[in-house]
Design a protein around this ligand. Sequence first.
Ligand code: ATP
Ligand code: MG
Length: 531
Amino acid sequence: MLVKGRSGYLYESLKGHGRYQNAMIMVAGSSGSGKTMMVERVFEELGNNLKSVNISITDVNDSVESGFMMFPAMDKEHKKLIEMQNETTKGKPTLIYSPMSVEGVKNEIKNSYSRGHKGLLPNINFFTINIKSLNRDTAGFLFETSESKGTVRLFLNAIDSLKENEGLEELKRIIMEKAKTKKIRYYGREIESDESKGDKKDAKEILSQLEIFERDMILMPSNYKGNINLKDIIRDNSHYHVFTYKYLNNDAKLRDFMVYYLLSEIDKYKGISNHTIVLLIDEIKNLAPFKAQGHKRILSAKIGELLDRLRKMGFTIICCTTRYTKTDEMVRDACKFTYLFKLSTDDIDKLKKIMNYSKRQVHILSTLNTGEFVSLGYENMIKCAKVPTFGHKTENFKFEDVYFKNFREEMVDYKELVKEVDELHKRERKETKEKKKLEIKKMKEVIKKEVKQKMKSSENAEKLKDMEEKEKFGKEEDRQKRDELVVDTFVKMKLGDKKPSYRNVADEMGSLGYKISYVTVMQILKDKKVI
Ligand SMILES: Nc1ncnc2c1ncn2[C@@H]1O[C@H](COP(=O)(O)OP(=O)(O)OP(=O)(O)O)[C@@H](O)[C@H]1O
Ligand SMILES: [Mg+2]
């Protein structure tokens, strides 16, 4: 449906069949073409008319762009446009969320002095992530696999063993412990370990992927009070919810992880909200690029799959992209409405082939002014986007400065919070280190005992052998003595008056304590060559 507006322009209305529809919306156009202003307007209209829960998930330039929704319009041109729409400007109640990075926030506090804000920052909900909320989905993202590989299994197993007060350091320790090789060498001997649950290679892979959390330890024990709860957010339609990652380490995967985590948490709790949920994702091509490689391939596929799931659940997802043809095809295809602002020449060239555009259509696409767009499939009709009635970020505005101007009283000193989180991390590191030390000591003691026992039993065997040998040798000695005594008795009898028969010798031996038969006597005498 189209609405006639100023100077004969046609404004696009999101009302289809007289009502607002849930849909996936793609807004494409090169930088400065007016995409963000349009999606902000869509955000506003849906919020007003559907009483939707509005969440802005990405913050492309670390500029808290969506945070400007809390301010009234400041830009002269913008104000003029609002006036032309017969509207007045007003900021919307907006909550800003940011992952809690000790280093990042410390830096910002430092920077605040040079801005004249004396260590104060805008009111931001700094949050951490409950480490136990990481699931198969997020593990798949972290370890860049869509299958249930060893890494995912070992990781989930370790997450499962974590107690509510244990965090990342303990998780890493448990992973190593679970992946102990089956045999440990100690004192030059191999000892069996029966606790092996994973592969050392998998454990190493997990630990290397977890390095993205090394500087910004945003994964916290499940009982930590600062952990984010998406359940609360997706039920709150009295604020706009805006996420920024500007305090985070500039690690692409860490940032993508944050977005992915939020989306998957929203997906997890989608059933509990009674409101329509509107998600704003700026620069979707960064998250879901066309024919992506590496972790982006997994992310891209996962984002596509997730968005599709959310779309089917009735979410409205508004995506922006500066490069339409460089955006994942699955995401592109899932969008019900696609609005094309002035595109890059490369996009126009590619689309020309894909859509079989006429010369006129190519001309229209190449000559659109700022704020003008066409709908994909209806390229002959130029429309104009309305602008939002709340503030919009332009180049010359910095979020902190505008916030200071508008909400000076609400600026917050975060030094205490930073100290608290920092100490918590340090304590956890220390505790895990001590645990590791103790564990090694205990392990060495167990092995020592085992080795000693083994040595002991081998000593015993030696002794036994010794004893057996001695016993054997002793018997040999006895026999020789006895044989000599037989010879002696026989000779004495021969010299004396008793008949030296074998039987008499045997009898005589019997009286000396040797039980011996006359046959043996005869044998001995023969052996000794006495007879
Ligand atoms: N409907 C409009 N009418 C007139 N001017 C507009 C309109 N929309 C945007 N503009 C002007 O264009 C500027 C850039 O718009 P916007 O921030 O929406 O661009 P963008 O396409 O999101 O760019 P980027 O890709 O860099 O984020 C605005 O600051 C505003 O001055
Ligand atoms: Mg923009």
